[in-house]
Design a protein around this ligand. Structure first.
Ligand code: PMP
Ligand code: GLN
Length: 389
């Protein structure tokens, strides 16, 4: 293909790091701690419900905003969990994963030349979606080793061109969970500059120790300027189903729906009643999955300590970070390239999520949403890192 055929708008969009690293894991028969997906299924009753929906003929286009019972279940979950009510008729949109909710929100509200402030490192689809909209991303750094939000840097990031803020908490890849003071600072600035806030809350239920996810929309004055986005992929271990949603005021949801219609039109019909049932009946399953995941986190952390590497413990998400400098490396990309042949494991370098790549250079992300025996084998293999490369 002549390179001139490619649109300038997507010049920098190439194969995602996740696809690249998962292919590498397959090719080298490595344990894949790169791409974040669990290796066990969600609740059995949810899986059965999807099978029953297919068998029962729920195989044609569902309503554009999602079936009403799913929107009702999403509303009930939000009210029960956070005390935040949304009208299922006008304030909820079911999407093809959180990815589509993010893309549709960005395309609906960002014009060419507009700036979008986002926490850096950024989840990879943010950069691509902002670029597709012709916008400019402005990073506010979460820098290692503690990855704290710098409130002064956030305040300084606003300009007259700032159109929206994109907040991700619990945060991928750092595992940071923004606390009340971070959220208060964000809310104050959003109101002061009169901008929209898009909140990626896909890891809302994956928090550990005393960390608690608090939606920004619960803060005074925020509900009307916030789009909340989440996904059944994370909460119910069904990343391949691609059922996500957006919650916002009727006016905001109308605009996001207008875009969604022309991205995917509607989202997977038979998965919708299944996710509705999981939201209605799955609280116990979710809590158990969270505690199991915390155990897996601690298992992998102990494995790193056993080879003399102190991990940076996440308070949320299913990703853990290590600094590879104690292993004799200065560059996480180089480390991740050698890791499959050195010990049969795949991980993701933080650098790919940063514009300021220097800040991410020594850090590597490891997914721990894997079965106990898989992590035990990974830890056994990590022992090879004790020997010189
Ligand atoms: N946001 C973040 C922070 C993620 O880690 C992911 C991971 N998949 C997504 C959005 C996308 O979610 P989905 O698979 O539901 O599109
Ligand atoms: N969210 C997952 C991760 O961060 C992967 C999603 C994807 O492959 N696009 O690993």
């Amino acid at each position: 293909m002549p390179s001139a055929w490619k649109a300038d708008r997507i010049r920098s969009a190439t194969t995602t790091i996740f696809a690249e690293m998962s292919a590498l894991a397959l090719a080298t028969q490595s344990i894949n701690l790169g791409q974040g997906f669990p290796d066990t299924d969600g609740p059995a009753f949810m899986l059965e419900e999807a099978c029953a929906a297919i068998a029962g003929g729920m195989n044609q286009y569902p309503p554009g905003r999602g079936i009403l019972p799913l929107r009702q279940a999403i509303a009930a979950h939000s009210r029960r969990t956070y005390g935040l009510g949304y009208d299922p008729e006008s304030e909820i949109l079911v999407t093809t994963g959180a990815t589509e909710a993010l893309a549709a929100s960005i395309l609906a509200f960002v014009d060419p030349g507009d700036e979008v402030i986002a926490l850096e490192p950024f989840y990879d689809s943010y950069a691509a979606s902002i670029e597709l909209a012709g916008g400019q991303r402005v990073g506010v750094g979460l820098f290692g080793p503690d990855f704290r939000l710098d409130h002064a840097e956030l305040a300084a990031a606003f300009t007259p061109r700032t159109k929206a803020l994109l907040i991700n908490s619990p945060h991928n890849p750092t595992g940071v969970v923004l606390d009340r003071s971070d959220l208060a600072a964000i809310a104050e600035l959003a109101v002061q500059h009169d901008v929209l806030v898009i909140c990626d809350e896909v890891y809302e239920h994956l928090t550990f120790d005393d960390a608690e996810h608090l939606p920004l929309a619960t803060l005074p004055g925020m509900r009307e300027r916030t789009v909340r986005i989440s996904s059944a992929g994370k909460t119910f271990s069904a990343t391949g189903w691609k059922i996500g949603w957006a919650l916002a005021t009727p006016e905001l949801i109308n605009e996001i729906t207008a875009v969604k219609q022309f991205l995917s039109y509607v989202s997977g019909a038979p998965f919708q009643p299944a996710v509705a049932r999981a939201l209605n009946e799955g609280d116990e399953w979710v809590e158990k999955a969270r505690l199991d995941l915390q155990d897996r986190r601690d298992q992998l952390a102990a494995g790193f300590r056993s080879i003399g590497l102190e991990p940076i413990l996440p308070r949320g998400s299913y990703f853990m970070t290590t600094d590879v400098r104690p292993l004799g490396y200065t560059d996480g990309v180089e480390f991740c390239r050698q890791l499959p042949t050195r010990c049969g494991i795949v991980a993701i370098p933080h650098q790919v999520f940063y514009d300021r790549t220097e800040a991410g250079r020594p850090y590597v992300r490891w997914a721990f949403c894997k079965q106990e025996q898989v992590l035990a084998e990974a830890i056994r293999r990590l022992d090879a890192l004790r020997k010189p490369a």
